[in-house]
Design a protein around this ligand. Structure first.
Ligand code: NOJ
Length: 760
């Protein structure tokens, strides 16, 4: 018996030794990555290859339904056998190091793990929610924000973020609009590029950069009726012209991973969609990274009615190009069998594994699996001063001034009695927004705290009404206090005694995000009543909105003299809001999504098609409109005011009859005609009035963020090429068609200087 044991030990030892000796070759840094992968894959068993395609959640912080199978013990056993390629939600150097150690030291081949995490708008030091950042139209600032997030996440041991979310959406009912860049594919593409470059930096192997992930592939933002996880049915031209461009921009920017999506697209789940993943992404776009499924989305193909069981779902997913299984626990149980029984060709597994290993090599994990595990860096980096300064800068840039009458803003700094009203004004949690797993609760600077720093005025604070104490991510319903009016009187008294009332109203942090679709878009709870009651005693109201999506606020838009869109601005919210209210920062944000007049207008967006009856000619009902409300948005895409004013003059086109392939040069003069220095987003829109398939009434095709001192004029130039003038047809083919093109240059999607040219 003892002898047998000894033999077993010797065998085990020698086989481990042999494997290590052989596998060392792939550790040779001098060899090209592809060769290193080949060397390593030669050593791998089928089980170990499939293991690389398996991703498990850490034991805490679930970000989706609890898995139907697989115990913690099983996960641990799989880890030790080399049957896990990546973990998600584990964070912190100590934890990451401990798990990485198992992979590197206890498995046969010692292949390091990828540690993925939802770094969506910062890690611990939070930036504004992504939709708010998009309102800045400031690509450098957005890139910087992603690099700050990468800096902190990597300092915490992570090497991969599940971001950016590049889903275009024009439906404010969908809670996940807070994670994206809004409704426009042009702006969305540039922001996708900025975010990918911010996360990944110049060198992926640097210890302060992380691999990024373009998600959710594809068309998730078009779920019917804005209902979460719902189906998507859109035309091929819509897919190519609106949905795919930001994904393509992410590929061009070097994004290393993609995540597919929960929805079906025209009847086929995205996870099992080989057109999307194999034809477009890995075929046409030559994407060399890998695709991770969304949380349990492989298994969900059964519920969709696309797969009969786990084996069928696994086969369909891998055949369609889903390389890594996030938390379905299916590849690890089914794929080996499927290869052995001939259902799945092993070359598909090899392709997936090569892609996954490629990213691991590129991150430098084989050269140092612990390169993101430096306790000293973790301490020095997370929450440091410069990261806080960066997110404050981003927060100020994200604010949009929607209305400013009676010269209420900027506020005078001395001698004014101000009543600050609204539960959200003192809320230190909601401004952090959704998707902030690593941040501690109640760590935002509240608006109250920000305003208290300006000591020259008398500031009185009253809550007025409650919103919610709910801080959990997973509660079914975010509970809003709808009925308690008991604090209205105190708020009214404060308002009556004040010269100016600042009201902070809107959504709490977890009212948007995943699983947070809404069918009402007004101010939640009794906040609308509070607003109207306060207005009766003092109409000098500055309304500061906190929200993760466009809200419909027609009453406020009509009655309240000043409205500031402050979204959820992250850790530095209160400081940013106070600086803008007091004029230490002149707001320059522009809306990245249209604001509806009411929810019945959704989806509403600026780049729509005309109808056959776009306007009312005969004063009858037979034209495209609503009977009860105008068809235009309350606040359109691209809209936003400043404390100063800008005038546009002298729009010029260098060639009124350009030929296809030629570059058309446009210029416009912009003057700061007001009393403050300020920034303007100069926007260029194009319309192709007659085409082989109808084109939108206008499409953003250029913009420039320009700073002008008061009285200053600058000439802004744009270039248009075939890329901006062409479009994809219903076969996914890009066409540039000759004919007239209308252009408009201005400060929003609804007004500007117009001209036209004819493309020959
Ligand atoms: C599900 C979400 O759809 C996805 O965006 C996220 O990255 C994963 N869960 C992991 O948390």
């Amino acid at each position: 018996m003892r002898k047998q044991n000894r033999i077993f030990t010797i065998l085990l030892f020698s086989s481990m030794f042999m494997a290590n000796a052989q596998t060392k070759k792939h550790l040779d840094k001098k060899l090209p990555i592809e060769e290193r992968i080949t060397l390593l894959m030669k050593e791998m068993t089928l089980e170990e290859k499939v293991g690389q395609m398996n991703q498990y959640n850490g034991t805490w912080d679930f970000t989706g339904p609890k898995p139907e199978s697989g115990s913690e013990e099983e996960k641990y056993n799989h880890l030790k056998r080399g049957w896990v390629g990546s973990m998600l939600t584990i964070r912190g150097v100590k934890e990451v190091r401990a798990v990485q150690k198992i992979a590197v030291e206890e498995t046969r081949l010692g292949i390091p793990l990828l540690f993925g995490f939802d770094v969506i708008h910062g890690y611990k030091t939070l930036s504004p929610i992504p939709l708010a950042e998009a309102a800045s139209w400031d690509l450098e600032a957005i890139k910087k924000s992603a690099s700050v997030a990468a800096d902190e996440a990597s300092a915490s041991g992570l090497n991969w973020t599940f971001g950016p979310n590049v889903d275009i959406s024009n439906d404010a009912r969908w809670g996940r609009v807070m994670e994206g860049a809004g409704e426009d594919p042009y702006l969305g593409s540039l922001i996708a590029e900025a975010r990918v470059k911010g996360f990944q930096g110049e060198k992926l192997e640097a210890n302060n950069t992380i691999a990024s992930c373009a998600k959710h592939f594809a068309a998730y933002g078009f779920v019917e009726a804005g209902r979460e996880y719902n189906s998507v049915d859109i035309s091929t031209s819509k897919l190519y012209n609106t949905v795919l461009p930001p994904f393509k921009a992410a590929v061009d920017a070097g994004v290393r991973t993609f995540m597919n999506s929960f929805n079906t697209l025209n009847g086929v789940p995205a996870t099992g969609n080989s057109f999307l993943q194999r034809e477009v992404l890995k075929g046409d776009w030559k994407f060399s990274g890998f695709v991770v499924s969304d949380w349990a989305s492989i298994r969900e193909m059964i519920a969709h009615g696309y797969a009969i069981d786990g084996a069928d779902a696994s086969a369909k997913a891998v055949q369609a190009g889903s390389d890594m299984d996030m938390e379905s626990h299916l590849y690890v149980t089914e794929l080996v069998k499927l290869v052995k029984n001939g259902t799945v060709n092993e070359s598909l597994v090899d392709d997936a594994v090569r892609r996954i290993l490629r990213v691991k090599f590129e991150l430098g994990l084989f050269d140092d699996p612990y390169r993101y595990c430096d306790e000293n860096r973790e301490k020095a980096t997370i929450g440091n001063k410069s990261n806080n300064e960066a997110v404050l800068d981003m927060a100020k840039k994200s604010i949009v001034l929607l209305k400013n009458e009676r010269n209420l803003l900027p506020l005078k700094k001395t001698g004014v009695k101000i009543a600050l009203i609204g539960a959200l004004a003192s809320d230190k949690n909601s401004p952090l927004g959704s998707w902030r797993i690593a941040a501690d609760d109640d760590t935002a600077i509240s608006v109250l705290e920000g305003m208290q720093k300006y000591k020259g005025n008398k500031l009185v604070y009253e809550k007025g009404t409650d919103v919610s104490k709910e801080k959990q991510l997973f509660v079914q319903e975010v509970k809003i206090n709808y009925t308690d009016f008991s604090e209205f009187e105190a708020a009214k008294k404060a308002a009556k005694e004040a010269e100016i009332v600042v009201m902070v109203l809107g959504e709490i942090g977890f009212q948007s995000g995943e699983g947070r679709s809404r069918t009402e878009l007004g101010l939640p709870g009794n906040q609308q009543q509070l607003l109207e009651e306060i207005y009766k005693v003092n109409s000098n109201i500055v309304l500061v909105l906190n929200n993760g999506r466009p809200l419909s606020i027609p009453w406020a838009a009509e009655n309240v003299p000043a409205i500031v869109e402050a979204w959820q601005l992250g850790t530095q919210t209160g400081n940013a809001v106070a600086e803008v209210l007091y004029g230490d920062y002149n707001p320059s944000g522009k809306l990245p999504m249209s604001f509806p007049r009411n929810v019945g207008q959704c989806p509403i967006y600026y780049n729509l098609y005309n109808t056959g009856r776009p306007t009312d000619k005969d004063d009858n009902v037979f034209w495209s409109h609503y009977n009860d409300v105008e068809k235009t948005p309350l606040y359109p895409f691209g809209y936003g005011l400043s404390y100063t004013t800008f005038q546009y003059k002298n729009l010029k086109i260098n060639n009124l009859t350009p030929k296809k392939g030629e570059t058309i040069l446009l210029s416009v003069e912009v003057t700061n005609t007001g009393d403050f220095d300020g920034k303007e987003v100069v926007q260029l829109y194009v319309n192709d009035p007659v085409a082989s398939i109808v084109r939108p009434v206008k499409e953003l095709k250029g913009f420039e963020l320009v700073f002008l001192k008061k009285g200053e004029t600058k000439i802004i130039q744009f270039e248009l090429t075939d890329k901006e003038l062409g479009f994809y047809d219903n076969n996914g083919k890009f066409n540039v068609e000759s004919g007239l093109f209308n252009i408009m240059v201005g400060g929003s999607s609804v007004e500007g200087l117009v001209d036209r040219f004819e493309l020959k």
